[in-house]
Design a protein around this ligand. Structure first.
Ligand code: NAI
Ligand code: MG
Length: 363
């Protein structure tokens, strides 16, 4: 088999971190005959410099045709003045939109070696492994009307509209239950049905999909504000949390901070399964940005990018053993005290981007 990957390193530390994944791809091809064929293309500011757009139509076609896309990060002060429609983020937004990526997976995993560095008490987060599933293409960020109206009496009215339709909730609910089946079999759905009609519908549809199709999974419901409290008070009670675009944005950032550095956090965004092949379009990316303050210096932590590649192995290629092995290699390297600057701790050995990548490849 051949597996077609599109690598979009982007700007700043994106290319440096991507280079470490390319080492891994070469190693997996050589040692396990994985058949990855990877191609690099431009996105963000670097694409704007080359093509005058944050992603070219030709590269967009490559993304649509790839089995999976690995994305680095985009943006930086160099492009602060470019026209709004060509700004670096526009490349990522177009990828999400054209690829139909409605399901955003944000794992919060706390490697035991880093539990000390968490903002919470060690025992609360040591061994934490939860997955927040955020609806990414609907809700209040996209609903119409969305406007500022001049009321003419010195007052204005800002309007955003939260809208969800049954099919949007059904597909994110199915994704949550499917993911839970590969994990600990538990889904917690979060909304605000006490004050929002979309919350009432969300609760109703998730409950119906569960009853019809996933009786083997444990489902519970929580109000999203209470869920935020529980996430900080006792995060290990959760397995998969499924929630809307707005609450998911916030809850996933809260969960991220349970685990330590931005340089450690991967994510995935998935589309609907193809009706013929069952395969989902997918884009994997670290949560961090382009980190202009450390770009080009070999200081970036490549683990977020490498862990995003591990998610790709797991969710796009069903290479579960390989994904487990890669995550175990990351844990082993951290246990051995190898650290980039962002996760450095007393008694550990500080290394740069390439050395961290090499250590993980070797492990
Ligand atoms: P950032 O995530 O780039 O950096 C925040 C801080 O974390 C910086 O001090 C940085 O050095 C550090 N950091 C981030 N990733 C790291 C890594 N892998 N290893 C070590 N340290 C790391 O966020 P910031 O500074 O707010 O944004 C910088 C640029 O990135 C902006 O242009 C922003 O628009 C863009 N950005 C892009 C994103 C994307 O492409 N998805 C997401 C967030 C920001
Ligand atoms: Mg956010």
């Amino acid at each position: 088999t051949t597996r077609k990957l599109l690598l979009l390193p982007g700007d700043g530390i994106g290319p440096e971190a991507m280079a470490e994944v390319e080492k891994l791809i070469a190693a997996i091809n050589e040692e396990a005959g994985a058949g990855f064929e990877s191609e690099r293309a431009l996105v963000g500011g670097s694409a704007y410099d080359a093509h005058g757009a944050a992603i070219s139509d030709a590269d967009m076609t490559l993304a649509m045709d790839a089995d999976a896309v690995l994305f680095g990060a985009v943006g930086g002060p160099k492009w602060d003045g470019v026209p709004y429609e060509s700004r670096p983020e526009a490349g990522l937004l177009r990828l999400r939109k054209d690829m139909g990526l409605f399901a955003n997976l944000r794992p919060a995993i706390c490697y035991p070696a880093l539990a000390e560095a968490s903002s919470l008490k060690r025992e609360l987060v040591d061994g934490l492994d939860i997955l927040i599933l955020r609806e990414l293409t609907g809700g209040v960020y996209f609903g119409e009307p969305k406007e500022i109206i001049d009321l003419g009496n010195g007052q204005k009215r800002g309007v955003d509209t939260q809208v969800y339709e049954t099919y949007e909730i059904e597909r994110i609910a199915r994704a949550a239950f499917e993911l839970a089946r590969t994990r600990r079999g538990k889904v917690t759905s979060m909304e605000k049905r006490n004050v929002m009609k979309t919350g009432v519908l969300w609760n109703e549809v998730v409950t119906a999909v569960h009853g019809r199709e996933y009786p083997d999974i444990a489902l519970d419901h929580m109000l999203a504000d209470a869920g935020g409290m529980k996430l900080v008070q006792n995060p290990k009670q959760f397995d998969v949390i499924v929630t809307d675009n707005l609450f998911g944005d916030m809850l996933s950032d809260i969960a991220a901070m349970l685990t330590g550095s931005l340089g450690m956090l991967p994510s995935a965004s998935l589309g609907a399964p193809d009706e013929v092949t069952g395969k989902r379009r997918a884009l994997y990316e670290p949560v961090h940005g382009s980190a202009p303050d450390i770009a080009g210096q070999g200081l970036a932590n490549p683990i977020a990018m490498i862990a995003s590649f591990a998610m790709m192995l797991r969710y796009s290629f069903e290479m579960v053993a390989e994904a487990d092995a890669l995550e175990a290699a990351i844990a082993a390297i951290l246990d051995a005290g190898t650290r980039t600057g962002d996760i450095m701790a007393p008694g550990c050995r500080q290394v740069g981007t390439a050395e961290m990548g090499d250590a993980i490849v070797a492990a």
